[in-house]
Ligand binder design. Sequence first.
Ligand code: ASP
Ligand code: MG
Length: 450
Amino acid sequence: MSLVVAKFGGTSVADYEAMHRCAKIIMDNPQTRVVVVSASSGVTNLLVELTQATINDERRLSLLKQIAQVQYTILDALGRPQQLCATIDALLSRISQLSEALVLDRSKQIMDELLSLGEQCSSQMFAAVLRELGEQATSFDVRQVMRTDSHFGKAEPQVDEISALAQTHLAPLLAEQRIVTQGFMGADEAGATTTLGRGGSDYSAALLAEALNADSVEIWTDVAGIYTTDPRLAPNATPIPEISFNEAAEMATFGAKVLHPATILPAVRQKIQVFVGSSKAPEQGGTWIRHQIEQAPVYRAVAVRRDQTLLNLHSLQMLHAQGFLAETFATLAKHKISVDLITTSEVNVAITLDKTGSDSSGHGLLSEALMQELSQHCRVRVEDKLALVAIIGNRIATTPGVCRRVFEVLETHNVRMICQGASPHNLCVLVSESEAAQVVHALHQNLFEG
Ligand code: ASP
Ligand code: MG
């Protein structure tokens, strides 16, 4: 039988009613055997705040109370089943314990266990909602199979081990029942809880789909698929029924928030199709991301990513020299920084940094240690308050006239950086953050509404 892995995001499991709607979606498809959930909406943010060094005791208690409130509202709607209440109470106590432990020991390992508890609660609750509706459903601790390295805050999944573990511990359970499990979290070899970085649940779902040889992954969120741009920026934006893996990867990377960028990787590796739709309005359909698509238009979408940092590195050593870029990238890699865009001149390199899926606890990328190390071989200038606007499509680098249509819109704006030519699927410009909305709107008009 073919297998579907369905993931429900925070807003989809925000409360009992939302969970109920999602349960119906699952029950409509007998092939949906694995369900991956995020923490209920807002809970991970509250947990992140609990990890901050700056909170006082009063704030800590207030955060604990807010987290408990979300859980108890759902438990109330379920009629407070005794066993489930005990399970949730134990998880809430654990949150409290760990938040206290952090006062003395600001260990990233403790932070990750704390951050994972939102998903632990929501998965228990969601399984209970399915059972209430008469389904055979059990919650499953994803740490049994989601093996990662020990890079707490943004752990790297170990794909081969995940496959082997999932075949042994998860696959045999699926014939009898639906399994509800946690996104975002995993465990390292020693069994310590890890997290995959903010927004990581999509990635979890895709990894499990890969491990179980699923036919498709469904990402249920609060929008009916991927749009030609954010409808809040361009009211005439329209949903995209079908898009290729390559285009979707560019979109996820360049700011379309509907999908965590890494989600595409396992899907591409195994050619697993991905569906993105709204759990509030499943009848509206959504976007299919596939390997083979029927239509590949030049212009597919405009994406925007705010809060961009540009690093400008200047060194006279670069003049006719070798190895400067290698050295720079080695330093960035050592500090776990992935580079997005890059342009070079004879003595300068400008790069933007990839912040997506940043560390779960939200720690900044530009640490003092990194800046110091870079300063040893070049002069570093940091610019921020920038936004990256990406025009995404097909044959962009080989279709005459694309640049003219893009730049006629940008006539009155300062373009800080342009990247084009590496990929047939995008053309990126860096503009001031304050102009981003206007630029996106104008580009959408010119490229899609003309
Ligand atoms: N709950 C986690 C977050 O808010 C993971 C996710 O929702 O994908 O980042
Ligand atoms: Mg999410």
